[in-house]
Design a protein. Sequence first.
Length: 389
Amino acid sequence: MGFSTVMLKKGREQSVLRRHPWVFSGAIQKKESSVADGDCVAVVSHAGVVLGYGHYQRGTIAVRLLTFEALPPTPAWWREKVGQAYMLRQTLVEDENTNCFRWIHGEADGLPGLIIDYYNGVAVMQAHSVGMHLHRQAIADALREVLGARLAAVYYRSQTTLSKEVSNEYLAGMVALPHAITEHGHHFLVDWEEGQKTGFFLDQRENRQLLGRYCRGKRVLNTFCYTGGFSVYALAHQAAVVHSVDASEKAIALTRKNIELNGFSNQAHPSFVADTFEFLKDKTDEYDVMVLDPPAFAKHRDARHQAMKGYQRLNAEAMRKIKPGGVLFTFSCSQVVDKQLFYDTVVSAGVHAGRDIRVLQHLGQPADHPVSLFHPEGEYLKGLVLYVG
């Protein structure tokens, strides 16, 4: 089959030659009038040399490159990419104590616009581009080729990332919900049909493990707890008290189930449906360890300024309330907020709080959420472990 072409302006091919997977609309000299959203197009230099192939979509990011060569993707190419990504995760993550991981992490796995999380036999797929949406069945077939009978189901969930007109659906198989997974020997229920993102935040796996080291005999507060991941790890590491807080009733209901699933008592370790700021108002010197893991305060650059005010206010309040000698785990998952900006905002919060604060560790996303050397934008999760005197 023939491919439509997108020609770059003179001198604008350098980013592609450096293997950056995005072609911005401002770099395009011309494109064929027949090109539609989701089409696989050939990206050519001003001199007509084919630089690669990718999915076209109207917007600031006009092409997401799948290849950096003169050969287009083939049906076998999908199987190869999916298989390579799975082999890497087997090396990095999957073992007898962990049966959940990020299988495909977009640009870092050479599949920009595609996220796939694996939950104990179930692959949950999320497309962030029309091109990946149009290839969803080919991708599901590739997943089944790689895992065979071990893959019980493939669920497609892209309504929130693409359009309400896109149907969330099973592309293969079906399993009952909620579905149990194991992470570092701890157990969690996942609901990819009704939960946030793909159902669980796999990117905090190693940070949850780290938190446990600080929790023995301590009073712990887990804010924006979602389904209680940090809470379960704190309890497993013998925290004296764990309080979980989230504004979502559904999230707290699943948190309570996860606490019980791991053999702990909800009566001894209660969870609260509450706004974090309201909850903290009368909690001075009550907690030795706090976790601040809010949803992305900024999803676009034009919202970044207000987001930083939110991060500053949240961190300053936690710093004021935590016990002297306490440890604060604080995070940002906003891609438009880089590490330095997040760090500077936390510094500003510390100044406002008026406490003696030291950085113990810098945190990020785990190895199954890799970052392409040529696409630093893929590093979205930032975290700090702070000692508050």
